[in-house]
Write a protein that binds this ligand. Structure first.
Ligand code: PMP
Length: 385
């Protein structure tokens, strides 16, 4: 029989051509499907066929549990995107960067005898808190906002600061807010790619974490890596991944390798151009709509020199950090919900509920609907004011 048409959630009818007027623009999750068309253009070369007998071994007897070829490909991607200094650093694989965030907290807290206090400057990615709370040990605990700690000048003793650069939710480049010999920073560089930000200089921090999720869009493969300067920290992070899962799935490593081979085809710059153009175009369209509004504002990201493009370039962030400016709109998410837009509430990021995060990472369909709903929302302002 005929294949049953699976309509996008906003369309109905036998040919999926009937627009459903009440359908909701869901801009909540950070699922990076905006890269799907890139992979459709490279469907054949990115395909992977693995015979049943291939790579059955745990992989520690005859070879390293971390594929050497994959390591070399990762180093090459950094050298082409010019976003990190890899020389003199150890490489650790993880099941997504999520696992490595936790591994880094463990490793850095084992470094000292006193309790390590884990902080991040608001607004911050919520997982730093939820994960640290959940896996709390006698060696570390989550303490909240790094800015509060800085203000109270209470950063003595072992402190671990998560630094997200560029930041989720607001896309701004960041440096650690706390300084001192007892402060260790974990740089979460999930978005430190030309897709999402200018690269002012290659990052050269002691602990840097990257992920394939936001580089190639393959969030489902669960693959990330860390670049670590200190040997003891590296060994403890490696031990964490070995004890948690005997290392990263060999199947995942094969998939990641195949994807990075395609990324490195030609001069290795195509994916960065593709992703940057798409994200910049989305940001410009959103900015244009919001500029017509008196009630809503979005974050300001200054143009900066980019080491990858070798010129000053404008913003192309992964998320809109939208603010409701009207006095009475204290719950911005509820205001947007009334306009059929679903975002993520500011308080989840330890910020005010006057803010909402909207994802720009989803498919074109989702983005276009978000644009449509925002236009509708802004155009209604005139009458009511
Ligand atoms: N860090 C940040 C700042 C993120 O936004 C995300 C995903 N949304 C992650 C880490 C986790 O990514 P993954 O585990 O897929 O590598």
């Amino acid at each position: 029989g005929k294949p049953v048409c699976e309509c996008n959630s906003c369309y109905g009818g036998p040919t999926c051509s009937h627009f459903l007027p009440d359908c909701v623009a869901n801009a909540d999750s950070g699922d990076p499907l905006f890269l799907e068309p890139f992979w459709m253009q490279h469907a054949e070369s990115s395909a992977l066929l693995v015979a049943g007998w291939h790579r059955m071994s745990y992989g520690f007897a005859d070879q390293s549990s971390m594929s050497q070829v994959l390591q070399n490909h990762i180093l090459k991607v950094h050298s082409i995107s010019r976003n990190a200094i890899t020389k003199g650093k150890y490489l650790v694989f993880g099941a997504g960067s999520t696992q490595l965030l936790s591994a880094a907290v463990f490793a850095l807290s084992l470094n000292s005898s006193s309790l390590a206090r884990v902080v991040a400057a608001s607004p911050y990615y919520p997982v730093y808190k939820t994960q640290t709370d959940f896996f709390e040990t006698a060696h570390f605990e989550f303490q909240g906002d790094a800015l509060l700690m800085k203000r109270s000048s209470n950063s003595t003793g072992n402190v671990i600061e998560f630094v997200t650069s560029p930041n989720n939710p607001d896309g701004l480049l960041r440096k650690a807010v706390l300084q001192g010999s007892s402060v260790n920073a974990i740089y979460d560089h999930a978005y430190y790619w030309p897709h999402f930000t200018a690269i002012p200089a290659p990052a050269d921090e002691d602990v840097m974490i990257f992920t394939i999720s936001k580089l190639t869009g393959h969030a489902g493969s669960r693959f990330g890596w860390a670049l670590v300067k200190d040997e003891d920290v590296y060994l403890n992070m490696l031990k964490y991944t070995q004890l948690a899962e005997l290392g990263v799935s060999r199947d995942t490593q094969l998939r990641a390798l195949q994807l990075l081979k395609v990324v490195l085809e030609g001069d290795g710059r195509e994916i960065f151009h593709f992703a940057y153009e798409k994200m910049r175009d989305r940001w410009e369209k959103i900015s244009q709509i919001v500029s017509l509004s008196k009630r809503y504002t979005i974050q300001d990201i200054p143009p900066q020199y980019c080491n990858f493009f070798e010129k000053v370039r404008g913003p192309s962030p992964a998320y809109v950090w939208l603010k409701c400016e009207r006095e009475e709109d204290t719950n911005c998410n509820a205001v947007l919900r009334g306009a059929n837009i679903i975002g993520r509430l500011g308080s989840l990021f330890n910020a005010s509920d006057r803010y909402v995060r909207l994802s720009l990472l989803k498919r074109d369909d989702d983005f276009n609907l978000l644009l449509y709903r925002l236009k509708e929302l802004v155009s209604k302002e005139g009458g009511a004011n």
